[in-house]
Design a protein. Structure first.
Length: 146
């Protein structure tokens, strides 16, 4: 069962989550670049009909892209260790599970936002975000500590 957050708990984690998501976004850009370099080289080889293939260079590009992919996965796992969910790495979209009136929903935060001001149902996604109001604040709950 995933961790459930109160708004205050999720907001206390934001500085660490912000740092981690920024690093993950940077790593994803590096991965995208490595993947593009490999695709360009494969296209170049295809245009030449497969002649003049430097197998070592191709393997190096593949290995580099695979290493970057592993780094991205590790960065995502590090973020998820906080108990939150990475929903969109390109824009830095993070959800924190919580419970509102007995059903699981998500506190929703996006890189660049000052704090957590939105929530949505688990089946609604970013487009279904609703502003956190007083009713939500009073009727949401996180994990109980006994």
């Amino acid at each position: 069962m995933p961790r459930l957050f109160r708004i205050e708990e999720a907001e206390r984690l934001l500085p660490d989550v912000r740092t981690a998501i920024e690093a993950a976004i940077r790593l994803k850009k590096e991965f995208d670049s490595a993947r593009l370099d490999l695709a360009r080289e494969m296209n170049r080889i295809g245009m030449l009909g497969g002649a003049m293939v430097d197998r070592g260079a191709i393997q190096g590009l593949r290995t580099g892209a695979e290493a970057k992919a592993a780094e991205v996965n590790s960065a995502i796992e590090a973020i998820q260790e906080f108990g939150c969910l990475v929903k969109d790495l390109d824009i830095g979209l993070i959800d924190f599970p919580t419970r509102f009136r007995g059903r699981e929903v998500y506190l929703c935060w996006k890189l660049g936002e000052e704090g957590i001001a939105w929530w949505h149902g688990t089946d609604e996604g970013f487009a279904g975000r609703k502003a956190i109001d007083e009713d939500f604040r009073k009727n949401h709950e996180g994990d109980r500590v006994f």
